[in-house]
Design a protein around this ligand. Sequence first.
Ligand code: GLU
Length: 451
Amino acid sequence: MTLSAAIRPLVRFAPSPTGYLHIGNARPALFNWLFARRHGGRFLLRYDDTDIARSKAEYAEAIAEDLGWLGIVPDQVIRQSERLAIYDAAAERLRGAGRLYPCYETADELDRRRKRQLARGLPPIYDRAALKLTDEQKAAFAAEGRKPHWRFLLEAREVAWDDLVRGASHVDCASLSDPVLVREDGSYLYTLPSVVDDIETGVTHVIRGEDHVTNTAVQAQIFEALGASLPVFGHHNLLTTASGEGLSKRLGHLSLRGLRETGVEALAVAALATLVGTSDAVRPVASLDELTGLVELAHVSRAPAKFDEHELETLSARTLHQLPLAAVSERLAALGLPVDEAFWQAVRGNLAKLDEAAQWWRVVQGPVTPVIADPGFAATAAELLPAEPFDATTWKSWTQAVSAATGAKGKALFMPLRQALTGLDHGPELAALLPLIGREKALKRLADQSA
Ligand code: GLU
């Protein structure tokens, strides 16, 4: 889609800090972030923390940290818990307009009513009995000490919008219960503060999971009741486990920090999270900028997308294989590996996880305990080892000479040399490793000395 140059989008990611982010929550974060990048817009991180009992500061911190790991740095951060006065004003406005009405039913009463409706084959929609309460009845409830909760009076009409993902979309609000916006204790459910913040902060595009489609219809009516125009909406599909179950915040192993601990590449998480279930192939990317150019909301499928951990591992390895040194050098340094370009080029294609570079760093730096099955062969090879400087062609000319002298070919030629030089029977191309190991260490290893 194209946006007019005059519009600088503002998007938001609005997690409740009630748990750690998992790969499913990473999707709206990334879709919003990439959308903002693509269109020169800004990204707001909004903590939906009006549920004081369940929201925790440590989760909020963890969310910012996990977003940072993905490469997402918000342009602005707000907390709903600090904005209650703004919601109070909006609620007052809705009350004044007759769109927010007090209800006194207990949860039990509502439950019994719902069961009766279902037994009669009726949809379990709130019957608006509270609208018929007289002022005397309300006063009587108040005198009893009963506090009302507050419902938004929905207009019984269809709400339609052009969804960034799903195209023409509509929800008939006649089939919905009037949503409760304010609890008995005066605290807010998610619905109203979200709209008020979207209006107040000037959010232009609301991109979120399709579990919010019905909310969008309700919230569209609240936007209008508050005299605001609607943002553009986009609802992406949801992610399920490979067996089709929904992801829950409690699934620790799919939490972003759990994935990070397994050593998975953040860029692979970002690519998989946003390309899975789109019409574009999931493929490794070298940067979020590259991903920005690939992710199109209109290409996201409407069917649930399946998350496959094995696919993530494969993608993570493929991501590493093409990353430039600059993208990993800090992390390598933190692992105690002050590697250079030649080393990185030699080993990156062999890594499933970045920390495996340590093994090849040891092979290059030593000490390596060589594995020598045929000392005579190794001695001949040592004699034929060219003089330094070594370069990318040294391995070829050396092994040709060794083959000519010993008659060994193929595996019988290469394996004993690999085992002598690295102590291992697998690993990166020796043509690249040999110059890094150098002549001195190579000679010692061929002589069965640890070096
Ligand atoms: N706090 C809401 C959630 O996590 C935000 C939904 C929205 O983007 O409006 O589901």
